[in-house]
Design a protein around this ligand. Structure first.
Ligand code: NAD
Length: 299
């Protein structure tokens, strides 16, 4: 199986490497020369453009920042150049309308299309243990699952085109809220004289347990290795979390759903990102809640 992989950033870099590790031929492309060099070191072939990368591919995977990037790459590079009948899978987190619109364009042009955003963060991208939520025709799901296999712990069919993005937006609204709750709790525990390592152990085994506490602890030196242990470099940028929270609020407004905590989370991440920390990992919001934002390196 030949895979074209476009977008080799924090997530896509590890994901493309796992495709190559599984013995697949990977034609990789990114606008960043550093990202291309890393992909080459991990066994991928590199292309001079997205258009060139997709030409001989059975499966085209995109892992790009946001909706406008995906729309542009589909319209200008993938649809005019991909092999007839190829399977096009977008793994980026984007708005439901963009996901449906690129899938519609693709299907009209004779391709199979799926939206398959991921959950799990960069550690799971590197380890090949991501959770994929897929919006696709039921008949195409088995092919999508096979294509995503080397990058996945689990691949779940959410429904028709756009359903994967709907699931992702709801999941990330919950994640943003849970990370803020986790940071508030750690900041309060410290003020009450409770050691962060003690609180981690207790919360991990009590009803406050959640992924933000146990797998992505925002406190340096506590729990498994996380971006907190490297001054909040890499990981999941606060700007990306803010993007997802905005997508959730836009979707909620259109659907008439009440999401007051999601709105509050969006406001807090906008405040944090706007102070010069947009590229810090989203767990760095702890420093703002601790009143210790001055300890953080700006972007
Ligand atoms: P990133 O900014 O690290 O990577 C995006 C890459 O896309 C960059 O290397 C950039 O150079 C490249 N790019 C942009 N435009 C391009 C183009 N026209 N052609 C080729 N390459 C192009 O972002 P990331 O953290 O890897 O996230 C990617 C997507 O995954 C986002 O939609 C994000 O919301 C989602 N996501 C991220 C995480 C995480 O923990 N980082 C987790 C789940 C989902």
């Amino acid at each position: 199986m030949t895979i074209a992989f476009i977008g080799l950033g924090n997530m896509g870099g590890g994901m493309a490497a796992n495709q190559a590790r599984a013995g697949r031929k990977v034609m990789a492309f990114d606008l960043s020369a550093d990202a291309l060099a890393r992909a080459m070191a991990h066994g991928c072939d590199t292309a001079a453009s997205a258009a060139e990368a997709v030409k001989a591919a059975d499966v085209v995977i995109t892992m790009l920042p946001a909706g406008p990037h995906v729309r542009a790459v589909y319209a200008h590079d993938i649809i005019p150049n991909a092999k007839p009948g190829a399977l096009l899978i977008d793994c980026s987190t984007i708005d439901v309308d963009s996901a449906r619109s690129v899938a519609e364009l693709a299907v009209k042009a004779g391709f199979k299309a799926a939206d398959a955003p991921v959950s799990g963060g960069t550690a799971a991208a590197d380890a090949g243990t991501l959770a994929f939520m897929v919006g696709a025709e039921a008949d195409d799901f088995a092919a999508v699952e096979a294509a995503l296999g080397p990058m996945a712990r689990v691949v779940i069919h959410a429904g028709a085109s756009g359903a994967g993005q709907a699931a992702k937006i709801c999941n990330n609204m919950l994640l943003g809220i849970s990370m803020l709750g986790t940071c508030e709790a750690f900041a309060l525990a410290e003020k009450l004289g409770l050691g962060a390592d003690r609180f981690f152990e207790i919360a991990s085994k009590s009803s406050g347990q959640c992924w933000s506490v146990t797998s992505y602890c925002p406190v340096e030196g506590v729990g498994p290795a996380t971006p907190a242990d490297r001054n909040y470099d890499g990981g999941f940028a606060s700007a990306m979390m803010l993007k997802d929270l905005k997508l959730a609020q836009e979707a909620a407004a259109r659907a008439g759903a009440a999401t007051p905590l999601g709105a509050q989370a969006e406001a807090l991440y906008a405040l944090f990102a706007g102070q010069g920390y947009a590229q810090r990992d989203f767990s760095a919001v702890l420093q703002m809640l601790r009143g210790q934002i001055y300890t953080l390196k700006k972007d």
